[in-house]
Design a protein around this ligand. Structure first.
Ligand code: 3PG
Length: 320
């Protein structure tokens, strides 16, 4: 996986913005970044696109910028000289795709049929756009059409919003979802960047789906753990389940028989994607202890602890 595709996957969201006034470009990129997304596709649907890309490139060095709605080789050149790191096109145009490949420019072309997908794969691509996603049949169609192509990843775009994004990201073939729902033309043109940040943060929250799964309580001995578990069980009317090193109280508490991570214990936080949650939280300044990480056979993070406690509790991420 290239670094770009890895970052796109870790953000999980590709905001697709159409900018009419290049002066809006930098505040827009900053608003997205503040909301937790450091990647943007600026569409070549206005004459301000190239200038907008170059302003973001100059002023927001940690934001990844792609050019969208790129239909010709000339637009590829224009976008790349403006500073775009990748190209997106609505459909599959072999000429543009081959041109990008020959220049080593990452391209994510739109593919909706098996024929287009196979052409993309034959040219060596492993990630394509699926557009217009909802109009083409959404999750159901994507799941069916992608089934024979085990190594192909998709960026569904078109009609995606906070209500359906999670159902797309739940498909293993989906790398990220594109959409304008947090960067609509109206919001950009009215310079409502605070609302863009709010919608972006809301989308990130939806994508990560962080929720407390259980609380781990540290005890100094098996006796203390038994008493603690008994009290918690009585309080919540929950059954006890002794699993050796710890006694579970229902599914809400894990009472440790000897001190474990965290001064007081730990909080298990379930998420739809530990990889994305870790990336997001690291971008927010939290640190994780790699020695506590465990991964699935295909390399996806399953569990990892934070390096530092919060309020005397270590936190660990957990795959939902
Ligand atoms: C695009 O250019 O990819 C689409 O306009 C984005 O689709 P959406 O506006 O339905 O999110």
């Amino acid at each position: 996986m290239t670094d770009l595709l890895k970052k796109l996957y870790l953000y999980g969201i590709l905001p697709v913005a159409t900018v009419s006034d290049e002066n809006d470009a930098v505040p827009l990129a900053n608003a997205l970044k503040k909301g937790g997304v450091g990647i943007i596709e600026v569409t070549f649907r206005t004459s301000a696109a190239a200038k907008a890309i170059s302003l973001i490139r100059e002023n927001c060095p940690d934001v990844i910028i792609g050019a969208g709605t790129v239909l010709t080789k000339e637009q590829v050149d224009e976008a790349v000289s403006a500073g775009a790191s990748f190209i997106v096109s609505p459909g599959f145009n072999p000429e543009t795709v081959k041109y990008c490949i020959s220049k080593n420019i990452p391209i994510i072309p739109g593919c909706v049929t098996g024929g287009e997908m196979e052409q993309a794969m034959a040219l060596g691509l492993n990630t394509v756009k699926f557009f217009p996603s909802e109009a083409m049949g959404g999750v159901g169609y994507l799941k069916a059409v992608s089934a024979p192509y085990k190594n192909l990843r998709f960026v569904p775009t078109g009609g995606i919003d906070k209500n359906n994004i999670s159902s797309y990201l739940a498909l293993p073939c989906v790398a990220a979802c594109g959409g304008s729902f947090m960067v609509s033309k109206v919001l950009i043109e009215s310079k409502n960047f605070d609302e863009i940040t709010r919608l972006t943060a809301e989308a990130v929250k939806t994508v990560l789906g962080l929720e407390i799964r259980h609380v781990g309580v540290n005890c100094k001995s098996a006796d203390e753990a038994e008493n603690t578990a008994a009290d918690l069980g009585k309080f919540f009317g929950a059954p006890l389940d002794d699993r050796g090193g710890a006694i579970y109280v229902g599914s809400s508490f894990e009472v440790m028989k000897s001190p474990y991570r965290g001064k007081n214990g730990h909080i298990a936080v379930a998420t739809s994607s530990p990889d994305r949650a870790r990336f997001y939280l690291e971008n927010r300044g939290f640190e994780f202890d790699e020695s506590t990480a465990s991964y699935t056979s295909d390399g996806k993070l399953k569990v990892i602890y934070t390096k530092n406690d919060i309020g005397g509790f270590a936190l660990h991420l957990l795959q939902k």
